[in-house]
Design a protein around this ligand. Structure first.
Ligand code: NAP
Length: 248
């Protein structure tokens, strides 16, 4: 069955892979991005080449009005939503908590926590059957850092992802009878640009060999689990937190 999906942060990395895999199933995708229009346009073209439909939508998930606008744009283009992937997220350069300033921590929690909660709220409002929605699937992208804690690198980021796990557990219970499944994925060390934005472009390669599987993961390997959770094949899965982390 064809689906309408919104993916935040879909211009690059894990969100991009999920968008293209959704396109391969013939689904329609709202491709949200923060500022990299060229990357978003490339993702849209790749979704279309894979067999789906897509539009690029600029918007910072820390901005409530931008979130509402990206949901509106997706539904205006393709119809009522069947699924949302709460994927946009940031890291910051490795640091001890003792050396972090408030601007860094505020931005981390504004994007990774408040942004994800507001996107989840908007997804609930639009997909709950009691509010006129069709029901659907919300997939929250957490991190293995939520379990590990990110010591010496980013305990702020790890804590922001802990909030995503807790959101998933609570919201799944809140929305179960409203036809909305809510699950999370905790990726491990995945080869994307995010490590460069934290100042360590080779981080996934270097640490990936220490995982039980012995290598970093790819964005497609996470994307596959995202589209499965979005799909009807996962119809009895809710409140689950799936580690896609090579055993880490
Ligand atoms: P990435 O390669 O750095 O890509 C980030 C994406 O998010 C880009 O599309 C970017 O848009 C967008 N974005 C960033 N800030 C945004 C904002 N404020 N509003 C809207 N979009 C925003 O990241 P990734 O590695 O694919 O990570 C995706 C998710 O997986 C994140 O939540 C991350 O925490 C999580 N994760 C990643 C790993 C890993 O090893 N890669 C591990 C665990 C968890 P622009 O292109 O416009 O900048």
């Amino acid at each position: 069955m064809s689906k309408v999906i919104l993916i935040t942060g879909a211009s690059r990395g894990i969100g991009r892979s999920a968008a293209i895999l959704a396109g391969a199933r013939g689904w329609s995708v709202g491709v949200n991005y923060a500022s990299n229009r060229a990357a978003a346009d490339e993702t849209v073209a790749a979704v279309e080449a894979a067999g789906g439909m897509a539009i690029a939508i600029e918007g910072d998930v820390s901005d409530e009005a931008a979130i509402i606008a990206m949901f509106d744009a997706t539904e205006h283009a393709f119809g009522k939503l069947d699924g949302v992937v709460n994927n946009a997220g940031i890291v910051a350069p490795g640091s001890m908590l003792a050396d972090m300033d408030i601007a860094r921590m505020k931005r981390m929690f504004d994007v990774n926590v408040l942004g994800a909660y507001l996107c989840a709220r908007e997804a609930a409002r639009r997909m709950m059957t009691s509010r006129g929605g069709k029901g659907g699937s919300l997939v929250n992208i957490s991190s293995a850092a939520a379990r590990i804690g990110g010591p010496g690198e980013y305990v702020d980021y790890a804590g922001s992802k802990g909030a995503i796990d807790t959101l998933t557990l609570g919201l799944a219970k809140e929305l179960g009878r409203d036809g909305v499944r809510v699950n999370a994925i905790r990726p491990g060390l995945i080869e994307t640009d995010i490590h460069a934005s934290g100042g360590k472009p080779d981080r996934a390669q270097q640490l990936g060999v220490t995982t039980p599987i012995g290598r970093p993961g790819t964005a497609d390997e996470v994307g596959e689990s995202i589209v499965w959770l979005l799909s009807d094949a996962a119809s009895y899965v809710t409140g689950a937190i799936l580690d896609v982390a090579g055993g880490r």
